[in-house]
Design a protein around this ligand. Structure first.
Ligand code: NAP
Length: 309
């Protein structure tokens, strides 16, 4: 059992690192558990063009390295391990990391969200071998191949556009006529000659066996007709779900598992704060996550002062 930390931050996207930066500058000696795959979703993003201060854009991993080193510079101790569970039943809170237990007067949860799978017939067989949720990670395996991207949001547009760097053809499969994505990202995909469209279509299942991925069974939502659509790979980009399982129901969430803010950035447990995609069902941007990380660290600092910790 270690001594009692003022603040432990769990999660290492823009929200976590910004919370670490602010808590560090507030002399709270923050301890940040970054997870084994540190950096969050931006580690899987190619170019970030909409984070203020980078007029030429920056890659997601580069940006995360910059945020990490900025947090470290102000005394945030960063450990690349996953938190297994927390005990919020009394203060100091207990944070379990493998065989270690750490105590903290306040916690900031910034664990973000993870990709949702379609969960249709034959999906488990092809996960990671034909079907992926990350074009940045797996796109290069599909050089000169034909792939589909499922979804109609910014992620789908971004993934499809990125995949045209490698693939000979990318078909976007979306369940309705209208796209959810922003205009600029939709325009970019719509003007790309390598991108084709299958609108009003859903994926019913996947074709092939464990050794060979052969395509998708598509169903037209207007007339219910089925089509075996041949392709070499598929990328699913239908959104994300919050990573709140490790909290084991100790903090109030909505029905999808997103943490609910009660007072400023504080959760239903006094002294526990949350920031970034783990609370955000609306904006989900790197810049908004960073802003929330700042808010959570400032709220934690004030809460520690008010509670004379
Ligand atoms: P999203 O905006 O929630 O879009 C998800 C898409 O998947 C929607 O088009 C949805 O269809 C479709 N979908 C959901 N469940 C489905 C299912 N079971 N079967 C078939 N289709 C399904 O998610 P996102 O694209 O991941 O974006 C999330 C947030 O991140 C957004 O705020 C976005 O702006 C942001 N983002 C920004 C950038 C950027 O600016 N560079 C890049 C990526 C993401 P419906 O439209 O019919 O609901």
């Amino acid at each position: 059992m270690s001594n009692i930390n003022d603040v432990i931050i769990i999660g290492s996207g823009p929200a976590g690192y910004t919370a670490g930066l602010y808590a560090g500058r507030a002399m709270l000696n923050p301890l940040l558990f970054a997870g084994y795959a540190s950096g969050g979703q931006l580690m899987l993003t190619s170019d970030v063009e909409n984070y203020p201060g980078y007029p030429e854009g920056i890659t997601g991993p580069e940006m995360m390295m910059e945020l990490r080193s900025q947090a470290s510079r102000f005394g945030c101790k960063i450990v690349d391990k996953n938190v297994d569970s927390v005990d919020l039943s009394k203060n100091p809170f207990k944070v379990t990391v493998g065989t270690e237990e750490h105590l903290a007067k306040s916690l900031i949860i910034t664990t973000g969200a993870e990709a949702i799978w379609l969960d249709v017939q034959n999906e488990a067989v092809h996960k990671g071998r034909g079907i992926s949720t990350c074009a940045t990670c797996d796109g290069a395996f599909f050089r000169d191949k034909e792939v589909i991207v499922v979804g109609g949001g910014d992620s789908a547009m971004e993934e499809a556009t990125f995949l045209t760097r490698f693939c000979s053809k990318v078909t976007i499969v979306h369940r309705r006529e209208g796209l959810r994505s922003s205009r600029i990202m939709a325009d970019r995909a719509q003007s790309n000659p390598k991108i084709e469209w299958k609108l009003n279509c859903v994926v019913k299942g996947w074709l092939g066996d464990a050794e060979n991925f052969e395509g998708a069974v598509l169903v037209d939502t207007h007339n219910n007709t089925e089509e075996d659509f041949s392709c070499d790979g598929a990328f699913i980009a239908i959104g994300h779900k919050p990573m709140t399982g490790f909290l084991n129901g100790q903090i109030e969430t909505d029905e999808q598992g997103y943490i609910i803010w009660k007072e400023n950035s504080m959760t239903s447990v006094s002294g526990v704060f949350a920031a970034g995609d783990v609370v955000d069902t609306r904006y989900r941007q790197a810049v908004t996550a960073a802003g929330m990380g700042c808010m959570a660290a400032m709220d934690a600092e004030r809460w520690l002062e008010d509670n004379e910790h």
